[in-house]
Design a protein around this ligand. Structure first.
Ligand code: AMP
Length: 226
């Protein structure tokens, strides 16, 4: 069982790195931002409560986010473990989390603010299938259209410049103290998030003591069939 938290400012590649780990090590990936965006898109009661807050790049209340995370983990579908992204984001959330779960590692992706701005302001998302693009590193073949489904590409509302500045401020004032708390109690690895995604993933695995490649032979050795 492996239980990880991945932390980092927006644009640091948390989602991408979490997916790469989750796919290879059969972890359940839990993204609080994705859960909240799903609620907004599906016009749920929670969606109506959080829509403006998420769009402005502000933090949703600790009680609400805490209960979303608790409910998700109570499904107990994480036989091999989980990786949680976007939580905890402040001290009360971290305290709730540390009281309830033992964590094996906290992955901290580090990225300077200038690079965050460059990446985030160039980020586009397919409005149909959710595929992520970046106008610098991963341009769509046809401008404004998704390569996979042809859907229209848009900017996430909270990637706009004023929302980004709010999120950067929040990150530095609220999320950094969480790292301090984790550093005292848990195993934190800090990783430079500037290189390409494969290099970053390698570094994460090296620091966590995980195999770099995970082919069928590793799975067989672990007694897994899939
Ligand atoms: P993300 O996709 O992680 O950047 O999250 C998108 C938005 O969801 C954030 O800007 C917040 O409005 C909200 N959000 C995500 N995680 C949390 C959290 N742990 N606490 C409060 N709000 C959150």
């Amino acid at each position: 069982m492996r239980k990880y938290v991945i932390m980092g400012v927006q644009g640091s590649g948390k989602g991408t790195q979490a997916t790469m780990l989750a796919d290879d090590f059969d972890l359940v990936q839990i993204s609080v931002g994705d859960i909240l965006r799903w609620q907004v898109q599906h016009h749920t009661k929670i969606g109506a409560q959080v829509r403006r807050i998420v769009a402005a790049g502000e933090l949703v209340s600790d009680d609400l986010v805490g209960s979303l995370v608790r409910n998700r983990l109570e499904l107990h579908d994480w036989n091999y473990g989980f990786i949680i992204d976007g939580f905890p984001r402040n001290r009360p959330q971290a305290e709730f989390f540390l009281e309830s779960y033992d964590i094996d590692g906290v992955i901290h992706l580090e990225l300077p603010d200038d690079e965050v701005r460059r990446r985030v302001l160039n980020r586009r998302l397919c409005t149909r299938c959710g595929m992520d693009y970046n106008l610098i590193a991963h341009r769509p073949k046809i401008e404004g259209r998704c390569d996979v489904c042809g859907g229209e590409l848009a900017t996430r509302e909270d990637d706009a410049e004023h929302a980004l500045e709010a999120r950067l401020r929040d990150y530095h004032t609220k999320t950094n103290p969480v790292l301090e708390l984790f550093r005292r109690k848990e195993f934190v690895i800090s990783i430079d998030a500037r290189p390409d995604k494969i290099t970053v993933q390698r570094q994460i695995r090296t620091e966590l003591g995980l195999p770099i490649t995970r082919g069928p032979e590793n799975r067989a050795r672990d007694g897994r069939t899939s």
